[in-house]
Design a protein around this ligand. Structure first.
Ligand code: CA2
Length: 148
């Protein structure tokens, strides 16, 4: 696999709390551990990853806009903004980069309002329900897409 692929990994609101609350829904891994595992996987696959987490929609939009000049693709868990944010979707579309959406939980097996995503229609693919492992699956899929 090429060593030139650069992926921005974006974590949405409240994901900084991972591992501290609601372990029955989101597991016990912290965001730092997830990022660490993803960094190791990226190294193995010859890719570069950068991470960004924010609880602020505008900060996420700003970082996504900046990604256009550096990244080849974006892996994003938009968290609660998945179900509400046209602005986040517009920012992702504007980058013209391939997007992979990931969720720790199976959003289709939860409350009705989580079944709709503003992001899924503009993503090349969605992975949900596999916990932290989903991030590795998503990165693998994104890198395969970039190779094809
Ligand atoms: O399953 C996912 O990854 C979600 O994106 C997580 C979001 C939720 O709103 C989406 O519907 C599905 C929630 C992120 C909040 O994460 C927390 C982690 C620990 C404690 C509290 C919240």
């Amino acid at each position: 696999m090429s060593d030139s692929h650069r992926v921005l990994v974006v974590h949405g609101p409240n994901l900084n709390l991972l591992g501290t609350r609601e372990p029955e829904v989101y597991g016990t891994a912290t965001l730092e551990e997830i990022n660490g595992d993803l960094t190791a996987a990226a190294k193995e696959w010859g890719a570069e990853v950068e991470f960004f987490q924010s609880n602020h929609e505008g900060a996420l939009v700003d970082r996504i806009q900046e990604a256009q000049s550096w990244a080849d693709g974006i892996l994003i868990n938009p968290a609660g903004l998945t179900h509400t944010s046209v602005s986040l979707r517009d920012a992702l579309v504007a980058t013209e980069l391939p997007i992979v959406e990931v969720h720790l939980s199976n959003i289709f097996a939860r409350e009705e309002f989580r079944r709709h995503s503003f992001i899924s229609p503009i993503a090349i693919g969605v992975i949900c329900g596999f916990g932290p492992m989903g991030y590795g699956l998503a990165l693998n899929a994104l890198l395969e897409h970039l190779e094809s």
